[in-house]
Design a protein. Structure first.
Ligand code: IPE
Ligand code: IPE
Ligand code: MG
Length: 263
């Protein structure tokens, strides 16, 4: 049975894993005659809000897209201000995250980051590693294609060393080599800023995500809009390739796919 077919549809339920593409900071700043960096700083407010909302509502995992593989090609000054912001934000927020019981992890190509930022990330991850609450992932220097390539490289290395045979590679094993190996697939993708595209975010893990596109620029994202995204999600019929009729049928008639637990 494929991973997709092993889900159980439950339209009213809360998403277990929310992914957010936090877009629109630059436009938010430009509309106020401010530097783009001010927009990125203002974007910290809705980050805190989403962490709080997810923690309070019992969402298992929240993955925030903060800086893509492609964002390295922005003007050097903007890249530098973003890297500075990651440093200061992690430094400032880690205590509060720890108090809230949040487990923080950074996903992405961290070798591209400064040694100082890498060390700070490692310390923050270590400090919060044992926390039982929200699993918070910050995607920095992250690309969905990078993630798939690094997983392929890991598995190829295991094959080359004789630890793994190519025919043992299936969807489950491949997913286990990705950055979000220990998390369920994203159930809901929220993208702010009005664009309707993936922009190289979690290509594998979004396979069956519901997509909520918000016109709000990220610094303007608030609790009411977060609630609207959850309501949108609750209103979807998630079919995972089955027919609507199969979903309405009693479990025995729907076959083994309907009885299997969500991954
Ligand atoms: C998202 O906001 C933050 C990053 C990509 C780092 P943008 O900086 O892309 O803002 P817009 O889309 O230009 O308004
Ligand atoms: C996506 O936003 C990346 C992040 C929010 C971190 P971009 O602004 O980089 O995406 P495009 O360029 O509009 O596709
Ligand atoms: Mg953008």
């Amino acid at each position: 049975m494929s991973r997709a077919a092993s889900h159980t549809a439950s339209p009213e339920s809360l998403p277990r894993h929310i992914a957010i593409t936090m877009d629109g900071n630059g436009r938010w700043a430009a509309a106020r005659g401010l530097a783009r960096s001010s927009g990125h700083e203002a974007g910290l407010v809705p980050v805190r809000l989403c962490v709080e909302e997810c923690s309070e509502r019992g969402v298992e995992a929240l993955t925030l897209f903060a800086f893509s593989s492609e964002n390295w090609s922005r003007p050097a000054e903007e890249v530098a201000s973003l890297m500075g912001l990651f440093l200061s934000a992690i430094d400032r927020e880690v205590g509060e995250l720890d108090r809230k019981g949040v487990r923080l992890r950074i996903i992405g190509n961290r070798q591209a980051l400064s040694v100082r930022l890498q060390a700070q990330i490692a310390a923050a991850e270590q400090r919060t590693a044992g926390n039982p609450g929200l699993k918070l992932q910050l995607a920095v220097s992250y690309g969905g294609r990078w993630d798939i390539v690094q997983a392929a490289r890991t598995l190829a290395g295991q094959c080359a060393s004789g630890a793994l045979r190519p025919e043992q590679i299936d969807e489950g094993r491949f997913a286990g080599a990705l950055a979000l190996a220990d998390l369920p697939d994203a159930d809901l993708l929220i993208r702010t800023g009005g664009e309707r595209r993936i922009s190289n975010f979690l290509l594998w893990n979004l396979a069956y995500a519901e997509l909520y596109f918000s016109e709000r620029l990220w610094p303007d994202f608030d609790r009411a809009e977060f609630t609207r995204a959850l309501e949108f999600f609750a209103g979807r019929e998630r079919r995972f390739g089955l027919t609507g009729g199969q979903l309405q049928a009693p479990p025995s008639a729907a076959g083994p796919a309907m009885k299997a637990p969500r991954p």
